[in-house]
Design a protein around this ligand. Structure first.
Ligand code: HEM
Length: 510
């Protein structure tokens, strides 16, 4: 028989093009499904063959609850993408996030990079580069140090006292219902802008967003969280002719208000007389460092740190505070116990100091428990398996596999936190043996863990430790609709809504 020539092969393919496409699709599916190291990890079939399952889950705000159910069904390892694995084992936390283990951030974070003057701006939060990360930690270290934070306490007091005054006039005096989740959000933005720049944005006063700041952070995450599941989409949008012609990437567009605000405040700060005040803001510390050694920090790094701080410190802190208040009110026993602690007459003076609040045992347990039941971040904290591959939960994963733990999954792990994981029971943090407490702390991922743990965690801890007792020393708080549950929407941050309260004044504010 004569060998088929190229023309006859083409003719045959043309005749059977549907079969050819079907074969190619099946080969693609088989390739994804049976990737080395991945083929026997359980999970939804759709997730094993394409990243669109992840995209859909994030886009519809269903990732955290779905993953919680899947880990119950499949065990500690669940395949959530062709090369993505969700892990639920407290012993793997130090292995994946530990300082010296070589795991770097996954591709998801590259979608969250900002741009300045058309150039991509990496940041400590998004980078895979250990050298850059170290450089930035050095630059911001003095601002985040505990001594600096303590000197910033008056800036938190200022915002708290204003918040209390507004609540007294706007809600307590009129017996009106307050949208607490939203007001706590305005408060957190006012605090972080005061700590960063020495100026409150004025959201509490306004009873709403100012300069589109909060909205722009939401929009940035509404774009970044789903797109980060399929980073190719971001590349496509950035490199498409239309995007080039427009000269802007989506994340740049979304974050414009925050970078513009930062640029404006930096420019104003340069002109300002040095104020005669007893504190230094975070930006003061950065400017001091730059003035002492201009080589140590570039102008774009200054902008990146300051804009990043405003973006990182608003929603994350307010969501955590909302969870603490909400669960206290839903569990009246704990609310009464906390009130008894913070209203003890030994605490005099207008504001509780951070040092005093840290010693309030039950308050600290309530903060921890509120952040356990409702961690701010609702997606896995992605990391890439380093060179040579690694064993995780007794399974070998090749280099480049994306692994990570979703704080929501870990925080509801019964082996770590007990059979009553769904309950708000602050006592669990006080009763645990030292060994158990170590395990519970290892599993506590609200601020992440290890090498790239949240840099601003002490700021938020201070804010919550001071504001919660101050507020409860002035007001009695109750749910406006005790029979209703709050609602949540999720992208990267799981945000609460419809948390309505009433408050009654029990002490006088100034
Ligand atoms: C309760 C409030 C907060 C929560 C729940 C929170 C949560 C987190 C989490 C989970 C991470 C790690 C993300 C990962 O591993 O992928 C992180 C990183 C980070 N956070 Fe926060 N955050 C909070 C407040 C703040 C504040 C107030 C600031 C700034 C003042 C801040 C700045 C940062 C920075 C710069 C990083 C990156 C750290 C690094 O990679 O070195 N955060 N945060």
């Amino acid at each position: 028989m004569a060998p088929p020539n190229a023309l006859s092969v083409l003719e045959t393919l043309q005749d059977r093009w549907i079969t050819c496409i079907a074969v190619l699709i099946l080969a693609g599916i088989a390739y994804q499904k049976f990737r080395p190291g991945m083929w026997n990890i359980p999970g939804p079939f759709e997730a094993s063959i394409s990243p669109w399952w992840k995209y859909r889950m994030v886009k519809t705000g269903q990732m955290a609850p779905t993953q919680m159910k899947q880990h119950e069904k499949y065990g500690p390892l669940v395949r959530i993408g062709p090369t993505h694995v969700s892990v639920n084992d407290v012993n793997e936390v130090p292995n994946i996030y530990g300082r010296a283990n070589g795991f770097v951030k996954g591709d998801f974070y590259s979608v969250l990079q900002l741009e300045l003057d058309g150039k991509t701006m990496e940041a400590a939060f998004t980078t895979k580069n250990a050298t850059l990360h170290k450089r930035w930690q050095k630059q911001t270290g003095p601002g985040f140090a505990l001594t600096s934070l303590l000197a910033m306490e008056p800036l938190v007091d200022m915002a708290t006292n204003h918040f209390i005054k507004v609540f007294e006039e706007r809600f307590a005096a009129k017996d009106a219902i307050a949208d607490f989740a939203h007001y706590l959000n305005y408060f957190a933005y006012d605090v972080i802008s005061n700590i960063t720049f020495g100026e409150m944005l004025g959201m509490v006063e306004n009873g709403g967003d100012v300069g589109n700041t909060a909205r722009s952070v939401d929009a940035y995450l509404e774009y970044g969280a789903p797109t980060g599941q399929v980073p190719f989409l971001h590349w496509l949008r950035r490199t498409s002719t239309l995007a080039r012609w427009w000269n802007k990437s989506p994340s740049h567009v979304e974050m414009d208000p925050v970078t513009s605000l930062t640029l404006k405040i930096i420019a104003e700060n340069e002109k300002k007389e040095k104020k005669d005040v007893p504190w230094l803001t975070f930006s003061d510390r950065i400017f001091q460092q730059r003035d002492a050694d201009p080589e140590s920090i570039r102008p774009d790094e200054v902008i990146m740190h300051l804009a990043g701080q405003v973006a990182a410190g608003g929603d994350s802190t307010s969501v955590s505070m909302a969870s603490i208040f909400y669960h206290l009110l839903k569990t009246p026993r704990t609310y009464k116990k906390l009130c008894a602690e913070v209203r003890n007459p030994i605490y005099t003076g207008k504001n509780i100091s951070y040092a005093t609040g840290k010693k309030m045992e039950y308050l600290q347990a309530c903060i921890k428990e509120g952040m356990r039941l409702h961690p701010a971040v609702g997606l896995i904290l992605e990391r890439l398996v380093p060179k040579g591959g690694r064993m995780i939960c007794g399974h070998f994963f090749p280099e480049g596999t994306t692994v990570g733990i979703n704080p929501w999954v870990m925080h509801y792990n019964k082996d770590v936190y007990g059979e009553d994981v769904n309950e708000f029971r602050p006592e669990r943090w006080l009763e645990a043996s030292p060994e158990k407490l170590r395990e519970m702390n290892n599993g506590f991922l609200s601020f992440g863990h290890g090498m790239q743990i949240c840099a601003g965690r002490n700021i938020s801890q201070m804010e919550m430790t001071k504001m919660i007792p101050d507020f409860l020393r002035y007001f009695d708080l109750e749910l406006a609709y005790p029979e209703r549950e709050w609602e949540k929407s999720a992208m990267w941050i799981v945000k609460p809504h419809k948390f309505f309260v009433k408050c009654k004044k029990i002490a006088k504010s100034e």
